[in-house]
Write a protein that binds this ligand. Structure first.
Ligand SMILES: C[C@@H](O)[C@H](N)C(=O)O
Ligand SMILES: C[C@@H](O)[C@H](N)C(=O)O
Lengths: 165, 165
């Protein structure tokens, strides 16, 4: 089978912030991320789902060094918006698989999720693009996660003869 | 200022599926996407946030042609998992900005959200990578959305002399 995953990456310098129960109406995302940009805070992942309710949750990640400043910024905006809560978490790490045209292959993301499941690692956040599947997991499991994913995708390409070495 | 956004893309052949209230424990994502992969259903976006509750929502997108089959697959898994609900929506479209190193620039995502906000377009789903910010919006607004985002990012590069022509 074609090998489509060309790399496994991870990042432990990750903090997760969730604005819980923000109004789901135009202008809310613009306001939150405009405020962060005004403070020159670099945002990595932005993840939002919707349930067709009046409010939703907005999650983003930043480096841990920026958490204190980001927290201050978003808590102010969250209060103005009438958000329900702001959650912060510095115990997460990001682990990703990368590869061109990867998401054109049914089962690539599933295989990553299975590698994590087999280790009993819970997937907290998922975000994808055509060339990358990223998951946030507990930072204490990141070494194990990278190893399992690597074994699944990048070591299957060894011929049986190599495996004895 | 450096132009970092090199393109605006859109896709109207998009259907959104949300598994509402799935157990947030290892193996759940693997099972859902494993089942879809077994049917050779190509998944585009996978988006999941978390609130540190016992359950969470899992959202994914597929082409509209695959919705009937995907629906059958996930409803079965959702029932086995004891999920609260399965939502389907074929009235969404995906609009994205692409550009190398884009997310290294605070404010790029915010500018896209502002362009949509100025049109009064609600952002239903957000997912990002370093080179792409994707939003799901109502399909009836997609032409307007692309035009507004294009104007924001790709037409500012005209010199004042050009604008009269
Ligand atoms: C929640 C947020 O994304 C909102 N729907 C907006 O359009 O800005
Ligand atoms: C919800 C789902 O992502 C679950 N947390 C898992 O690890 O599979």
């Amino acid at each position: 089978k074609e090998v489509v995953v060309t790399g496994v990456t991870h990042d432990t310098n990750v903090a997760k912030v969730v604005l819980v129960g923000v109004p789901d109406r135009p202008g809310v995302a613009a306001r939150i991320f405009g405020a962060l940009a005004a403070e020159r805070i670099n945002v990595d992942m932005i993840v939002q789902t919707t349930k067709e309710e009046k409010s939703t949750d907005l999650l983003f990640t930043i480096s841990r060094d920026d958490l204190a400043r980001a927290s201050q910024v978003v808590r102010k905006v969250a209060q103005e918006l009438g958000a329900k809560d702001v959650l912060e978490d510095q115990t997460v790490a990001k682990v990703s698989i990368v590869g061109a045209g990867m998401m054109m292959n049914p089962g690539v993301a599933a295989a990553m999720f299975e590698a994590l499941a087999e280790c009993g690692i819970n997937i907290q956040v998922i975000s994808t693009s055509e060339i990358k599947v990223s998951c946030l997991i507990d930072e204490s499991r990141v070494v194990e996660a990278v190893r399992a994913i690597h074994r699944r995708f990048l070591e299957d390409t060894l011929s049986p003869a190599d495996e004895g070495q």
